[in-house]
Design a protein around this ligand. Structure first.
Ligand code: GUN
Length: 300
């Protein structure tokens, strides 16, 4: 079997298009533009690229983008004061504080200070609890994007065996909750799991989110399974020239694609869905805050 390649880049463009349609309709009916504020502390190069892309795509979707760039020496109290100001700002419907934060800042304290209704990352403990109890929550963007791709490819997920490899708060745990919400039988596997290969072979849906390059080979995959690769790992690529690198996922793509029914590539799979879902969450936050119907197909 050669797996269907799930094109996350194209799917993300469709999601962004739906968000842009929703934003246009809101402007026409209510005269208000949804706004997303992104806070970046310090000068981490990868974070700067993320934040720039977020800003560009926010504006492309017709929303207002507010960027706050602070020095990496910014005191925690100043960051908390900015979050409080954004919470109170009626033009801001979504707030994202880019992680990681500098060491002198208590990350949990900052995330807890964000108004849960504006928490478009879904990292606030209230949203974590709402998701865990099957209630309406703001849902972390990467697992939401994975869920959208799975629903689009498979339709009804109920009764399927889903294995999530990785137990992070940002991907693994919320992914498991979302799959449970769609009535999958869910296993969370991790670095201490005994006989990980055997656990993976039971999966109709395999979500890899461990951050270890090409760790999952094709012979861990059930024939016909749907494989979602969340990993983005940069490895040396001497074949491209001295000092060159390339991006790979947590799954060994070539051997996995020979066995799976469908698989997301890296790059071009889950990656583009994350920002698309951030925009979707901003629109959702706006609609919920104003008692409007939620945008269709953009929520969990
Ligand atoms: N840093 C890397 N990815 C993310 C993300 O999705 N949200 C936030 N807040 N920070 C990140």
């Amino acid at each position: 079997m050669t797996a269907t390649r799930i094109d996350g880049k194209a799917f993300a463009a469709t999601v962004r298009g739906k968000v842009a349609d929703g934003v246009r309709a809101l402007k026409d009916s209510h005269g208000i533009t949804p706004g997303l504020a992104v806070v970046l502390v310090g000068e981490d190069p990868a974070s700067q690229v993320y934040v720039r892309n977020k800003g560009l795509q926010t504006v492309e979707a017709g929303m207002q983008s507010f960027e706050h760039k602070l020095a990496d020496t910014t005191p925690e109290a100043d960051l908390l004061a900015l979050v409080a100001a954004l919470n109170a700002d009626p033009a801001v419907h979504g707030i994202l504080v880019q992680l990681p934060l500098p060491k002198h800042v208590d990350e949990a304290k900052v995330l807890a200070a964000i108004d849960p209704a504006k928490d478009v990352d879904g990292f606030h403990v209230l949203n974590v609890g709402l998701l865990g109890t099957g209630q309406k929550a703001m849902v972390p963007c990467t697992p939401l994007g994975c869920l959208m791709m799975l629903r689009d490819h498979l339709g009804d997920l109920s009764g399927l065996n889903a294995v999530v490899v990785g137990r992070s708060n940002i991907v693994g745990k919320p992914m498991a909750q979302l799959l449970l919400g769609d009535s999958c039988t869910v296993t969370i596997a991790h670095s201490r799991t005994k006989d990980l290969a055997e656990v993976c072979r039971r999966a109709d849906i395999l979500v890899a989110a461990v951050g270890r390059p090409e760790m999952i080979p094709g012979d861990w995959i059930k024939p016909g399974a749907t494989v979602i690769d969340v990993g983005i790992n940069r490895i040396p690529a001497p074949e491209k020239g001295e000092g060159k690198t390339r991006l790979v996922g947590d799954v060994d793509y070539d051997s996995a694609a020979a066995v799976a029914g469908a698989i997301t590539p890296v790059p071009g799979g889950v990656g583009p869905m994350t920002i698309a879902c951030l925009l979707a969450n901003t629109l959702t936050a706006y609609c919920r805050a104003n008692g409007l119907p939620e945008p269709e197909g953009l929520t969990a």
